[in-house]
Design a protein. Structure first.
Length: 523
């Protein structure tokens, strides 16, 4: 059964929630869409949600500004609770239907809210580091020993939350259990805005009653990294200005920043609607400790996400790049962006493989190809080359990108000779294999290198006449067991390799004949 989900977001007209229903939900900037989002960065028909295999999937409808999960663009993605999507400039939280409804308002004009006490989080963290639990060092609020003992067992739950919703919901739930408060919410910063991620209230309260927080106070909490105790500052003389707070029956509230390193990543807020509950400076110390724990939990979650993303990217890059180049790309020392640059392209193709494959079972052919490609790709990576693709029984690689290599022609020739040698060694080790040989064509020149393709799939590849010539050298000039190169490659490598000039050749698609050379050996 598909888990019911609710989408929560803020557009130019305010905060919204939309429960996903069966069938198709089109998201867009026109009111005919099932989910209308009033924002100029949203396309008229931006994305759609539909059911598939017991889950909801969101699919980009070729929108102008795309769909992102974090910083990663996606064409299609399954929706899970706790996920934060970005459509254009609008962040959307995927929440499980039935969870507490967000009813949080940040208001510009709330003169009835005033800060009665405050505690700088950084100072508290310093005190906690200098004193042990249970000690009441001067400057440390009373009751922190009790708070630390209270949070001791809950810390593990916060720090091991498997997704963001577990951490944020757990944080608000812990605040309601640990403090004499009735309600609370946790908001995180996204694109400079505070976006609610979790709200909870005691079971006997009306969850639709809004929680209001002055933008001025929220700004103070985040800019000064200070937790604040908020009281109703209304009086008989100012009854009119305090009227909204009287209606809401809010007696006191607290708000604390969530800090990760030098960055404030959000806030946690709690309040009382029961006049019998009064929050004091001691409670302010407790919510500060909780804020520090939640900040640590969020940092751990973000670290896990970052590690998972790096692992995914590393695995993706490792299929194309040598380990050395992968490390340089991840370190930002080599870029995968599209550019025109001089490279050397290598085409390698098995001779007689098609006829051989007709005589063997498909499984045997696939196993043989996998063994061959493993060995040949090793030689490409040994020279820090980039694997472009496999096409049937052919391999295409290039040298000189993404990392600039002044000796890319030499690297390509070393790889080509090593591939021919490796193929002979494999044949000797596997006498049961059919006779195998390979042609290799190599050419140097300018080409466009980068991510090329559609929104559904992009490949890091090369395009240009340099690539076409390398392909023609392999298919038209090279014989089995040979490595044949073009004129620029020969010019760059003549001092390092023994070359044999061949007859000029008219390559398919070229108006003029091309001078070619066969590589004999490295000098």
């Amino acid at each position: 059964m598909t888990v019911p989900l609710t989408l929560r977001f803020r557009d130019s007209s305010g905060d919204h929630q939309h429960q996903i229903s069966a069938g198709q939900t089109v998201i867009g900037r026109t009111k005919v869409c099932e989910l209308f989002i009033n924002d100029d960065t949203i396309s008229r028909n931006h994305a759609r949600i539909f059911e598939q295999d017991g889950a909801y999937l969101l699919e980009d409808l070729d929108s102008r500004n795309g769909v992102f999960v974090g910083d990663r663009p996606v064409q299609s993605v399954p929706l899970v609770p706790g996920m934060v999507l970005r459509l254009g400039n609008v962040s959307i939280l995927v929440d499980e239907t039935g969870a507490a409804v967000f009813n949080v308002r940040l208001s510009d004009d709330l003169p009835e809210q005033g800060v009665m006490d405050s505690l700088i989080i950084d100072d508290l963290q310093k005190h906690l580091g200098e004193s042990s639990a249970g000690t009441n060092q001067e400057g440390t609020p009373a009751g922190l020993g009790v708070a630390l003992e209270l949070f001791q067992h809950a810390a593990e739950t916060l720090l091991t939350g498997s997704d963001l919703s577990e951490v944020t919901e757990g944080a608000v739930g812990l605040a309601l259990k640990s403090l004499p408060v009735d309600r609370g919410f946790l908001s995180l910063t996204e694109d400079g805005q505070l976006v609610p991620h979790a709200t909870q209230a005691q079971s006997d309260l009306d969850t639709n009653r809004p929680m209001q927080l002055s933008r001025t106070i929220a700004k103070q909490v985040m800019e000064d990294r200070t937790a604040v105790l908020i009281r109703d500052t209304g009086s008989m003389e100012g009854l009119a200005t305090a009227h909204s707070i009287v209606q809401m029956k809010i007696q006191s509230a607290m708000c604390a920043p969530l800090i990760s390193g030098d960055e404030v990543v959000g806030i946690i807020y709690v309040d009382c609607v029961d006049s019998k509950k009064i929050l004091t400076s001691e409670h302010l110390g407790i919510i500060c400790v909780l804020a520090l724990m939640v900040s640590s939990a969020l940092e751990q979650y973000r670290l896990r996400q970052s590690m998972e993303e790096e692992k995914r990217r590393r695995e993706e890059l490792s299929c194309r790049l040598s380990p050395n180049v992968v490390e340089r790309v991840l370190a930002g020392k080599a870029e995968l962006g599209s550019k025109e640059t001089e490279i050397t392209v290598l085409f390698a193709d098995m001779v007689g493989f098609t006829s051989m494959s007709e005589k063997h079972e498909p499984r045997q052919v696939v196993e043989l190809l996998n063994d061959l490609f493993d060995a040949l790709t090793d030689e490409v990576f040994r020279q820090d080359g980039t694997l472009d693709k496999y096409i049937g029984d052919a391999l295409i690689a290039f040298f000189g990108a993404p990392e600039e290599q002044t000796d890319h022609p030499q690297r390509a020739l070393r790889a080509g000779l090593a591939m021919q040698k490796r193929l002979k060694q494999l044949a000797e080790l596997h006498p049961d294999w059919p006779p195998l040989s390979m042609r290799i064509g190599i050419n140097s020149g300018m080409a466009v290198v980068g991510d090329i393709g559609s929104k559904q799939r992009r490949d890091y590849t090369v395009i240009g006449d340099t690539v076409n010539v390398a392909s023609r050298l392999e298919s038209q000039v090279a014989h089995a067991g040979e490595v044949v190169i073009g004129p620029l490659t020969a010019e760059r490598c003549s001092n390092d390799f023994e070359l044999e000039e061949l007859e000029e050749t008219a390559l398919k698609g070229k108006s003029q004949v091309v001078r070619t050379w066969k590589v004999i050996s490295e000098k």
